[in-house]
Design a protein around this ligand. Sequence first.
Ligand code: SF4
Ligand code: MG
Length: 328
Amino acid sequence: MNNLLEIEHLQTHFKTEEGTVRAVDDISLNVRKGEIVCIVGESGSGKSITAMSVMGLIEGPAGRVAGGSIRFDGEDLLKLSRNELRTIRGNEIAMIFQEPMTSLNPVLKIGEQIMEPLMEHQKLSKKAARKRAIELIGEVGIPRAEQIADSYPHELSGGMLQRIMIAIAISCGPKLLIADEPTTALDVTIQAQILDMLRKFKEESDTSILLITHDLGVVAEMADYVVVMYAGKVVEEGEVVELFENPKHPYTQGLLKSKPIINQRQDELYSIPGQVPNPLELVPSCYFHDRCAHCMDICRTKQPALKQVGGQQKAACWLYEEEAIAHV
Ligand code: SF4
Ligand code: MG
């Protein structure tokens, strides 16, 4: 399988009054064609910022992509102009967010909002776009599609709105779908239906999905490949079965202690004692050291690199380094 998305050494920084926050701190990851990659981590781990960096949504004076490259289908997205990026966004790369209400326009009818990308990117006529919009509403499992097309967002439930967001996202047949906590705000039954729909869409169209979640149940159900982020870094990655059966990094091991229950929503990850470090106070070290039961001297003063620890699995932890063993 070829890589559709290749992120290399990405750094996304935010300036605050107290200093620079390295929200994404030198991460690399690939998404292959037809694959679902899940990024999992607590809030503040940098997973949403990674997605927003791919979408070119880090803008303004405070935030910027400070380094690295993001190649999509062979092209470096960071080198594209705003206009070039706009032709890719919503067309070849589409995104679904946690809160559909914040992405939909409250004063535009649902049908019109689905028609917009069809007219802009696919150059459909108004009539053809309306016809396709109504088909799409049916495809995401909403009955009485015509009536729904003429409704306003506030007239629909949260689950229906998320289906509409999916209809908009898939309308142009994207090669990559980025979904940031797409089911977090929904109840368990609706969540399962939405995930099924995404998987079915992926299977039928061979679209790749980058799925961001804090919910290990979602990861277990959806992922081919998992990337675990902590404090802006990738701390472990691997094929889903490998990683769930034999997690190497103490952070991943902690997360998995909360046996994910499939189809059951988890509001919080299992609470590993302690807190995510203050991003302004990070010093060269393993950022997890304050919370790690295996912490050694070297962990407090040197950052472990992400290295192969068997199969496709990689972990960033001194436990797997000979150098560390020599220090014990
Ligand atoms: Fe724990 Fe050290 Fe590994 Fe960090 S590097 S996870 S502190 S053992
Ligand atoms: Mg987030």
